[in-house]
Design a protein around this ligand. Structure first.
Ligand SMILES: Cc1cc2nc3c(=O)[nH]c(=O)nc-3n(C[C@H](O)[C@H](O)[C@H](O)COP(=O)(O)OP(=O)(O)OC[C@H]3O[C@@H](n4cnc5c(N)ncnc54)[C@H](O)[C@@H]3O)c2cc1C
Length: 377
């Protein structure tokens, strides 16, 4: 055996799984087709939002609370500052489904928050154009994470605990039986007891039967300069999610307080072939985001000064797939994080490592079970 557990894809979630398994003294062999912390997939672009009042569903709140503890643990072990909790403003039409879901998660778990009237919000946060029908919630357990540093820190901790990581090594195929898993990567073969697949947007390339369930989408990040630099430092500007009609504008101040990063999402952009992600930007997409920034964030110069494209893997119901693969012995999967998985990556790393070593997890992940889809025959 080359290791107890192999991990294919040492990105956001794979790095956390390697960290967690290595802490248990399990021998780990990780494969990453690029370098660690690379910017070709889901973990690039300097920051990821952390939110606890969760529009994606109350069932995530216990996972988010555990994830926060694990982020702090990783900070302590690695000596890197990874999570800044500067609060999060959720702004959307009071009657909308999204705002109702946020309020439900707050009520279900008694989450620390402030509910602001339009006038209060305009006074405290003049950076935003707040409409009369908007509800404004300040999530006190929100902020931003440094994604590249997080992936590198978790991987480094795993290596220090004894994990072996093969960089620039693409896994081409896997096969498994009750005795273990065979891996073919760059013309070499490896044998391990168990395998965790954390391949994000590339998942169907390795597991073609998941092609309809795990679909890559292109997501754009853009950076804007402020009209008044004193108003966009992280202590003045919380992270934000601005929901309006059929689009969403989310963002965060940059750590040095000189810019605001924003992401505009409307229609999904499917990526047929993950190796051919279009990484440049079309002028019409910049125009669209510029118009929404002009309307909603009047404190910013509306033309983005920087833009770049990334991708994530989406499932049909926008919940990830986490657990044992029903059709492959000894193979576990954690993928399809549908645009909101980075904040969860430490807890998912722990959950999948517990499933791997103990056959179960104490966390409630019924909404993430692979068995809710049926491509496994
Ligand atoms: C622009 C953007 C903004 C986002 N904003 C947020 C946010 O604010 N908050 C939040 O929580 N989430 C956010 N997300 C979502 C979050 O970043 C992702 O859900 C999460 O990073 C996915 O992690 P992953 O491990 O599944 O994928 P990745 O981090 O992409 O890791 C997959 C890894 O597998 C490797 N790999 C694939 N196939 C192979 C193979 N055959 N052999 C070897 N290696 C392989 C890849 O190279 C990659 O490194 C955002 C995503 C994007 C793209």
């Amino acid at each position: 055996m080359d290791a107890d557990v192999a991990i294919v894809g040492v990105g956001s979630v794979g790095s956390m799984a390697a960290w967690q398994l290595s802490k248990k003294g399990i021998s780990v062999l990780g494969f990453e087709q690029y370098g660690i912390g690379h910017d070709r997939s889901a973990a690039g672009g300097e920051s990821r939002l952390f939110r606890t009042a969760y529009m994606e569903g109350s069932e995530y709140v216990p996972l988010l609370q555990e994830s926060k503890i694990l982020w702090e643990q990783l900070e302590k072990e690695s000596g890197s500052s990874l999570l800044t909790l500067n609060g999060g403003l959720m702004i959307g039409e009071a009657e909308s489904k999204v705002m109702s879901a946020i309020l439900k998660s707050i009520n279900d778990f008694d989450l620390a928050h402030e509910r602001l009237t339009g006038d209060q919000a305009r006074k405290i946060y003049p950076q935003f154009n707040i409409f009369n029908d908007d509800l404004v919630i300040l999530d006190k357990n929100a902020g931003f994470i440094r994604p590249e540093l997080a992936v590198v820190s978790a991987t480094q901790q795993a290596i220090e605990n004894g994990a072996k990581i093969k960089r620039y090594t693409k896994v081409d195929s896997i096969s498994s039986d009750e005795k273990g898993v065979n891996i073919i990567a760059e013309d070499s073969s490896y044998k391990v007891r168990k395998l965790i697949v954390t391949t994000g947007a590339w998942t169907w390339k390795l597991l073609p039967f998941l092609k309809e369930q795990v679909i890559a989408r292109r997501l754009l990040l853009t950076w804007f300069t402020p009209k008044d630099i004193s108003k966009v430092t992280p202590d003045k500007l919380p992270i934000f999610a601005r929901m309006r009609d059929n689009f969403r504008l989310t963002g965060a101040p940059t750590l040095d307080g000189s810019m605001v990063k924003a992401s505009y999402t409307k229609d999904p952009q499917f990526v047929e072939e993950p190796f051919n992600l279009y990484r440049d930007v079309y002028p019409e997409e910049l125009k669209q985001i510029s118009e929404s920034v002009e309307a909603l964030l009047p404190g910013l110069h509306p033309d983005p000064v920087r833009a770049s494209a990334y991708m994530d893997a989406y499932t049909p119901d926008n919940h990830a797939i986490v657990g044992e693969l029903p059709n492959m012995s000894n193979v576990m999967i954690a993928t399809g994080f549908s645009g909101h998985g980075f904040k969860l990556s430490p807890v998912i790393g722990k959950i999948i490592s517990d499933i791997c070593t103990d056959g179960k997890t104490d966390s409630d992940i019924h909404h993430l079970t692979p068995r809710r889809f049926n491509p496994y025959t």
